[in-house]
Design a binder for this molecule. Sequence first.
Ligand SMILES: [Zn+2]
Length: 418
Amino acid sequence: MKVKDFYTKEIHKLGQKIDLYVCGPTVYDSPHIGNIRPVIIFDIFNRVARRKSIVNYVHNITDIDDKIINKAQELGLTEKEISTKYELEYLELLDLLDILKPDAMPKVTQNIQEIIHFIKELIEDGFAYESNHSVYFSVDKWEKYGSKGNLSLDQLEDKEDNKDKRNVKDFSLWKSTKIGRKFKSPWGEGRPGWHTECALLVKNFFGTQGVTVHGGGIDLRFPHHTNEMAQYEADTGNDLAKNWIYVGHINYDAKKMSKSLGNIFLAKDFIVKYGADVLRMVLISKDYAKPIDLTDLIIKNAKTSLDKIKNSLKKALVSIATIEKDIVEYEPSKEFVDYLENNLDTSSAITFIFALVKQLNLENDLKRKEDLVGVIIANLKLLGFDYGTNFNLIRSEIKKAKEEHNFKELDKLKEELF
Ligand SMILES: [Zn+2]
């Protein structure tokens, strides 16, 4: 589903609440920019939706998983040390990228008892079985399994085959583990399966009626979302999500960016090299559902575009500093909001900002200039670019420097603007 279809379907309900669940990171390594793309896209979705609706946004953190256990073993550290390090790094990235804080960021390890209870229910209802201290979901007992993702039967084969399963497509809800961090359960010591945490967290945070929008990167469609769906729907009898929105991946060096291929560009390295706003600009430069082929030219274009916008705003802010009126809280332009409500069309929204910037560069009337600056800043804010917010703080200094023809000071203040 595209955002466009979501709004077409749900538009009559806008003003009501939107329950949004976006699968979060497994905190075992530094995120690459492909991991960050869905976070940026749903940040804009969240900002746009919040204008008319009450949004409850939950973004989980997987803090126990095979990958974390393996990394801990490899480095001789505890799983807790690994997950804490990368969770903090992730939260720091969200801050650097000016992501609006999700309403909740639950961690798996904080929900173990609830997960055990959920698995018990699935066993009692006959959808899951215990085998050799692990618990598996029996896909044969849930006849709708995989029916929603347009997936062929051989695509549904779980790669994690083992002799304890009754059917090769069955997937684990509880994994018996011998190494690493373990939790006590009625089936022995182990840890929850990845697909179970999201199904349980949706039930915990939103109840049994599912969420309005469930999102994530396109790669999560199978097996993760198929398996989340099977558990939640078998347990509650209701759809896990009314709408599914997927974000495309990033190609780098002509291949999909992935840790296994080794062609990754870490988000933190990108930010150090080019800045957080350039990363945001790159990630929203294309239709969110399509892949981005990352090239030096795309990065250069994003940087040039932002520089043009920022330089034009700085120049205009200096010239309107003599107007006594404070810069008021402007509303974003209707046409601009329409682009975002209509399928989160960020590239048309950016083109629209450029048309306003062009107008601003040609405008001589100070009042009209101020209006344009206000609107451009409000539009940028809806895309997550927070420019010009400290203008009111330093406008009297700008005014003074202007009056005194202190150009050195003026340049310094311009830099302080954003
Ligand atoms: Zn998930």
